[in-house]
Write a protein that binds this ligand. Structure first.
Ligand SMILES: C[S@@+](CC[C@H](N)C(=O)[O-])C[C@H]1O[C@@H](n2cnc3c(N)ncnc32)[C@H](O)[C@@H]1O
Length: 516
């Protein structure tokens, strides 16, 4: 097997390497030219040593590369190195300034949402969980959501185990604290209570749609994006930072590593310094113009990113959403592009169109409902349900998850046939770790529409999390059949910008659909 792979690599001509490099750059957002080219060659060799059949041979090299191959080469190229309480200045500032500010602001709701984007083996999100646990000692319980995402399934699996070698504690003594760790098999096992506070999931920051309630990346109080963008092109890092802006609640915080700081065009975040630590804050008033019954206008039309209008609903990305990658633009979702129907809350039209910041030319409608507002009385329950769903989306942007969940439930009481409502309900239940409720919501969506791709997809994710692998494989196979004929650039219904091409890639990556 090993020889075969080496032979395969040695057969690749200089011209074919160039094709490979160009295609991988387009797919991953990485800069693989110059001195990085030799890293690419080693990564390709390593992946082929495990799966020699993944790379199309000879003249077929210029065809689309298999997604699993691209994803594994990307994972090989990235560094998965992390350790607990990495960068003490960051954690001191979190402990003394940033988290106390967030906790004070959220004291009445007692909900806090943190995201470690590019979490590797979980040391970073678990450090946040431990820090919060120490800070909230003796207080009434909080609804704590800590999300760890990465593109490497093996890293995510390691993170879920919560077992670490001594090297993961090279700058801290936290493993000596028996409230959190117990020595086991030459390493340290993190306490189950802390493990259960962090939800790990796959998310490729370059290719996947966010923010979205469907993957829990909305209304964040804090996003950590540290030591991830090492090989990314500066414009790709900038695009990710723009999306983080959308994923943060007003007043939310962004923490970058040195790598990201070097590349980042960071305005319009406000720079906040605490001793040697630099944080970036989305101004608390960033959504202050979201008043009900305001005349339609693009969100952030004034004072946003230079030359870019940032929509407050998830942008419609290209299938492979790299700025200037030259990929075919996504066909715009009819739901997003058609002029809005008379407003469901009974108020004058509260929707506006904003030109697309991340994609090519697509535009997105912008919900501007005042999050605190109750929908106005509307006689038609179906219209009222639509209004409530829209309100739920606005609440999520403001990190008011519990109230958003309530609005979705009320919407479904108003209109029990609202497939979109069940999809959102499933996403919110997954976010809260309630797998039974998530499964129930997916099944209700499928009862109403057997062909609802997103419901099949989420059902399979839930089934996997429950360890029901055969059922998960079956759901994915059904989904694969459903999307076989779809245009890869077409947007998935209710998918918050996900295209069928990416959905197909994800099915392939999950690998389960091929199992019987
Ligand atoms: C060096 S680790 C950083 C871990 C942690 N943030 C820290 O600072 O200790 C970089 C991680 O970013 C992940 N990564 C790189 N590119 C990514 C992408 N496009 N989407 C999601 N994760 C990515 C890698 O898989 C790796 O686990």
């Amino acid at each position: 097997m090993r020889m075969k792979a080496e032979e395969r690599v040695s057969q690749i001509t200089a011209q074919q390497w160039e094709l490979l490099r160009a295609q991988l750059e387009r797919e991953t957002g990485m800069d693989l030219a110059g001195s990085r080219f030799s890293r690419l060659q080693s990564a390709v060799a390593k992946v082929l040593s495990l799966h020699p059949h993944w790379l199309p041979d000879g003249e077929h090299l210029e065809e689309q590369l298999p997604p699993v191959f691209v994803e594994q080469v990307t994972a090989e190229l990235t560094v998965g190195e992390s350790f607990f309480f990495r960068n003490h200045t960051h954690f001191d500032a979190l402990r003394n300034h940033v988290l106390p500010t967030i906790l004070a602001e959220k004291a009445s709701r007692r909900e806090i949402r943190l995201w470690s984007a590019g979490c590797a083996g979980g040391e970073e999100p678990y450090s946040l969980a431990i820090l919060l646990d120490q800070m909230l000692l003796g207080q009434q319980p909080w609804q704590i959501t800590i999300l760890g995402t990465d593109l490497s399934p093996p890293f995510l699996e390691r993170a879920r185990q919560g077992w670490y070698r001594p090297w993961s504690f090279r700058h801290t003594q936290i493993h000596q604290d028996t409230r959190y760790f117990e020595p086991r098999e030459g390493g340290y096992q993190l306490d189950r209570r802390i493990c259960e506070q962090v939800r790990f999931s796959y998310l490729n920051l370059v290719k996947d749609a966010f923010p979205s309630p469907l993957n829990g990346t909305v209304g964040m109080d804090l996003i950590c994006f540290r030591n991830v963008a090492i090989y990314l092109k500066p414009e790709v890092t900038a695009a990710i930072l723009r999306r983080f802006w959308d994923a943060l609640r007003p007043g939310g915080w962004l923490l970058l590593g040195e790598t990201e700081l070097n590349h980042a065009e960071i305005a319009p975040y406000e720079v906040r310094r605490f001793n040697a630590a630099t944080f970036f804050q989305k101004p608390p008033a960033a959504h202050a113009d979201l008043v009900p019954m305001a005349p339609p206008r693009p969100a952030f039309a004034a004072g946003g990113w230079p030359g870019i209008t940032v929509p407050i609903v998830p942008p419609v990305p290209d299938w492979v959403p790299l700025p200037g990658a030259g990929g075919q633009p996504a066909s715009a979702s009819p739901a997003l592009l058609t002029p809005p129907a008379p407003h469901a809350l009974g108020a004058p039209n509260q929707l506006g169109t904003a030109s697309q910041g991340m994609g090519k030319s697509a535009a997105a409608t912008v919900a501007t409902a005042q999050p605190e507002a109750e929908p106005l009385p509307v006689a038609d329950p179906r219209q009222r349900a639509q209004g409530r769903l829209q309100l739920a989306h606005s609440l999520l942007l403001q990190a008011q998850t519990a109230e958003a969940r309530r609005q979705v439930e009320l919407a479904l009481q108003d209109d029990p046939m609202l497939v979109e409502g069940y999809i959102l309900q499933a996403g919110l239940a997954e976010d809260a770790g309630d797998l039974a409720a998530a499964e129930g919501a997916c099944r209700r969506a499928l009862y109403l529409n057997r062909r609802c791709c997103l419901a099949h997809f989420h059902l399979s994710l839930v089934q996997q999390q429950k360890g029901e692998m055969a059922a998960a494989a079956k759901s994915l196979r059904t989904l694969r059949e459903l999307i076989e004929q779809r245009d890869p650039h077409e947007l998935v219904e209710y998918g918050d910008g996900m295209c069928y091409g990416r959905l197909r890639e994800l099915i392939q990556m999950l690998g389960l659909a091929d199992q019987t």
